[in-house]
Write a protein that binds this ligand. Structure first.
Ligand code: CO
Length: 260
């Protein structure tokens, strides 16, 4: 018995959960013979969902233990994360722990897939997706994408992503909510284009809390407020990566690499 376990960071914003749901349903459609399930890697989100809405989504170890109990022998764990940062490391640790279990509580095979961005080739592929997606906006607007950001060494992937974007488009820039590049880097890059209007969009699987508050919120430190303060006309496109058809196909490719 084989199963695919999709592991998302998770979101407590109901309107944003559709992006995760889309990746789950695309995976189910691509692998009709396999059981497909979902876990959230964020304990904070899982506990908040349970407390506030009585929604229970398992953690990866919980899901794996249950799958073992149900008799699954092969599990393909596919992260829905953008970079291989701290959340990925934790997922790797739990996957390896289950892989090391021998006897009846272990699986014949349990393996972990890779996130969206692990090297410069991945960044080039993603840059193509972003350039096509945002190329549809009128040419008088720049695009500022907000990634999550990380102080983990994998946080360098965002700078790599900017390099990849710069090779294919002159008006799409990436910054992060919690790391480098920062808002000032994105602003400086936009200033050089001399464009006076900007589209704000998340570069995260879901358009959750960060997208709604840090990016498009009306607090004084949101990118929306900061761009307005700098004289920009601002428009928002709160669509998570999980909702872009091309990113969803790329995700399904990741699962395919893992399952074959
Ligand atoms: Co965060």
């Amino acid at each position: 018995m084989k199963s695919i376990l999709l592991a998302a960071f998770g979101t407590s914003v109901p309107e944003a959960a559709g992006a995760v749901g889309n990746l789950v349903s695309e995976t189910k459609a691509a692998f009709p013979g396999l059981d497909v399930r979902l876990a959230y890697t964020s304990n904070i989100i899982r506990r908040k969902l349970k407390r506030e809405r009585n929604v229970e989504i398992p953690s990866p170890p919980e899901a794996l233990a249950k799958m073992n109990d149900e008799g699954f022998t092969h599990v393909y764990v596919q992260p829905m994360h953008v970079i291989p940062g701290a959340e990925y490391d934790d997922l790797k640790s739990v996957t390896e722990a289950f892989a090391s279990i021998k006897g009846k509580y272990g699986f014949a095979r349990v393996v972990l897939g890779r996130p969206f961005l692990t090297d410069s080739h991945d960044c080039d592929v993603m840059a193509g997706i972003l350039a096509r997606r945002f190329g549809k906006f009128p040419a008088d607007r720049g695009v500022a994408l907000m990634g999550h950001g990380s102080c983990h060494e994998a946080g360098a992937m965002y700078a790599e992503m900017q390099n990849a974007l710069s090779r294919v488009t002159e008006r799409v820039f990436i910054g992060t909510a919690e790391g480098e590049p920062s808002f000032s880097d994105v602003l400086a890059a936009l200033e050089r284009t001399r464009l006076k209007a900007v589209v704000l969009s998340p570069f995260m699987v879901t358009a959750g809390e960060h997208a709604r508050n840090d990016l498009a919120g009306d607090g004084p430190d949101s990118w929306m407020s900061l761009f307005k303060k700098n004289g920009y006309e601002v428009e928002t496109d709160l669509t998570g990566l999980g909702e872009y058809p091309e990113a969803a196909s790329l995700f399904v490719e990741r699962v395919r690499e893992l399952v074959k």
